[in-house]
Design a protein around this ligand. Structure first.
Ligand SMILES: O=C(O)CCC(=O)C(=O)O
Length: 262
C-alpha cells in the first residue's frame, strides 16, 4: 500500500457499518516493541503504588495525578485493567500514534488532513482476570471532556491474537447511526454511560476476532463491548483516539479538573 487512506469500498463499509477492520497492519516485531514499551510503562506506574481507588460503573479507578494518568484496576486486586491517557508518558508510544497506518485512515474518518490525538488508552485484559467492558458507546464518556465528542474516532490496535476465548472486541454493526442509545439509570453517574441492555433484548453484538497487529477503526457512536477474559491468554490492546486539530485533549481536561480539585 502506498498510503493507508480509506479506499472507496473501505469508506462505504465504514459509513454503513460504523467500523472497519484491517488485519496484520503491524508486524510481529513492531507488536513486540509496543508490548515491551507498554509493559515497562505499567510496571513503572504501579511500582509501590498505594493510590486511592474508587469504583464507578464497571470500573475501579485510581487517579495518578503525579503522572497525569488514570489507572484502572481489576477491583481490589493488584492487577491493572488499563491506563488512560499515556502518550505523554512514553515518547515511543506517542511516536506510534503518528504512524500513517493510524493517521491516514483518520484523515478520512475525522475529515481533516491533520488529525490530532484526543486520548490514548491501554487495555490489558489479563489472563483469568481481565474484567468486562460493558456494552457502551464512547460518546457519553466524552461528551463533557471533548469539544465535540462525535468528532472523535478511535483506532484499536490488538497486541495479542483476539478470539472469543480471550474476550475479543464485539461490535453492533450499523449502531452508530442511531445517536446515543438508552443508558442505564440503576447505578452511579459513570454507570449511566453504559447501555441499558434490557432495552435492547434483540441486539446481538458480533465478535471481531483478529490476529495480533490488526487494527479496528470506529467512531464515538459505535456500540461495542467485550467480555471478561477467562482464558489463560493475554488480550492486550491500545486505543488511539483522534479529533480535528486544535481542540482540547482529554489530558488537558483531566489536568484542569485535578488542578481545581487541589
Ligand atoms: O478492550 C476492549 O475490549 C474494549 C475497549 C473499550 O471499549 C473501551 O475501553 O472503552
Amino acid at each position: 500500500m502506498s498510503d493507508y487512506r480509506f479506499s472507496e469500498s473501505d469508506l462505504a463499509h465504514f459509513t454503513v457499518q460504523g467500523y472497519l477492520v484491517r488485519t496484520k497492519v503491524f508486524s510481529p516485531d513492531e507488536i513486540a516493541d509496543i508490548c515491551s514499551e507498554c509493559e515497562g510503562l505499567i510496571a513503572r506506574l504501579v511500582q509501590h503504588r498505594h493510590g486511592k481507588r474508587v469504583t464507578f460503573g464497571s470500573y475501579t479507578f485510581d487517579a495518578d495525578t503525579l503522572n497525569d494518568t488514570i489507572i484502572k484496576w481489576e477491583g481490589d486486586t493488584d492487577i491493572v485493567h488499563g491506563i488512560e491517557p499515556f502518550a505523554h508518558l512514553s515518547d515511543r508510544l506517542k511516536q506510534y500514534a503518528l504512524d500513517p497506518r493510524f493517521i491516514d485512515p483518520m484523515k478520512d474518518m475525522v475529515g481533516d488532513d491533520n488529525p490530532e490525538l484526543f486520548t490514548e488508552k491501554l487495555n490489558l485484559k489479563r489472563p483469568k482476570h481481565g474484567g468486562v467492558n460493558p456494552m457502551h458507546q464512547d460518546h457519553p464518556y466524552w461528551i463533557n471532556v471533548a469539544e465535540v465528542a462525535a468528532d472523535v474516532y478511535t483506532a484499536m490496535l490488538f497486541l495479542d491474537d483476539a478470539t472469543l476465548e480471550n474476550a475479543c472486541l464485539h461490535v453492533v454493526p450499523a449502531s452508530h447511526g442511531q445517536g446515543e442509545w438508552i443508558k442505564r439509570c440503576d447505578g452511579d453517574r459513570f454507570a449511566g454511560n453504559e447501555i441499558d441492555i434490557e432495552k435492547y433484548p434483540d441486539v446481538a453484538a458480533q465478535p471481531v476476532e483478529v490476529p495480533a497487529g490488526s487494527v479496528v477503526y470506529f467512531g464515538a457512536l459505535l456500540v461495542h463491548q467485550s467480555a471478561p477474559n477467562l482464558s489463560d491468554k493475554q488480550r492486550r490492546a491500545i486505543l488511539y483516539s483522534y479529533q480535528p486539530p486544535g481542540r482540547r485533549t482529554q489530558l488537558e481536561s483531566f489536568r484542569k479538573g485535578w488542578k481545581s480539585a487541589d
